[in-house]
Design a protein around this ligand. Structure first.
Ligand code: SF4
Ligand code: SF4
Length: 158
């Protein structure tokens, strides 16, 4: 328990006490599983050998290079389906800096329109939220995808 005290030394005794209590309670709950995990010998890198060099045969460009206009390539594959969080731009706060979010988006899913405002392509935005972190005036919020879809459905009267 000493390390908990060390970690929380900057907090008051009541907080430290509660954390100790919770840690002990978790420890007691695990008592019935005692012995399940056993100690092993120390692992050592001595004797490790790197894998052998592998010669790869030269491939035709048509095999090893993607054809980006073929089906299921970046444009046609709707990677937006992977998204669990959706970035939403508050256009009242956006100051049309025009390059930050669109440049940082690793998927090229933000396009700047002629009026200077960015537009997110939700078919391809994967929800990494880098744009949310980078936007200087914090004009992009992250909301759970399922809530965004529920809101869309209610707006459409579905
Ligand atoms: S980074 Fe933010 S302020 Fe700049 S264009 Fe994008 S949303 Fe607007
Ligand atoms: S969440 Fe990620 S993928 Fe989506 S628009 Fe922002 S930076 Fe691009």
């Amino acid at each position: 328990m000493g390390w908990i005290r060390d970690e929380l030394a900057h907090l008051n005794e009541s907080v430290v006490g509660k954390n100790l209590e919770m840690a002990l309670s978790a420890y007691d709950l695990m008592a019935e599983h005692a012995g399940i995990v056993s100690l092993t010998d120390d692992l050592s890198a001595v004797g490790w050998q790197h894998p052998d060099w592998i010669e790869l045969p030269l491939e035709e460009a048509g095999i090893s290079a993607p054809t980006i206009h073929a089906a299921d390539t970046s444009e046609q594959l709707k990677t937006g389906l992977w998204r669990t969080m959706r970035p939403v731009i508050d256009y009242e706060r956006c100051n049309r800096c025009w390059w930050v979010c669109s440049t940082f988006c690793p998927d090229g899913a933000i396009k700047v329109q002629e009026d200077g405002y960015p537009r997110i392509d939700y078919d391809h935005c994967k929800g990494c939220l880098i744009c949310v972190a980078q936007c200087p005036p914090h004009a992009i919020a992250a909301i759970p995808e399922y809530l965004a879809q529920e809101e869309e459905s209610s707006e459409e009267g579905v």
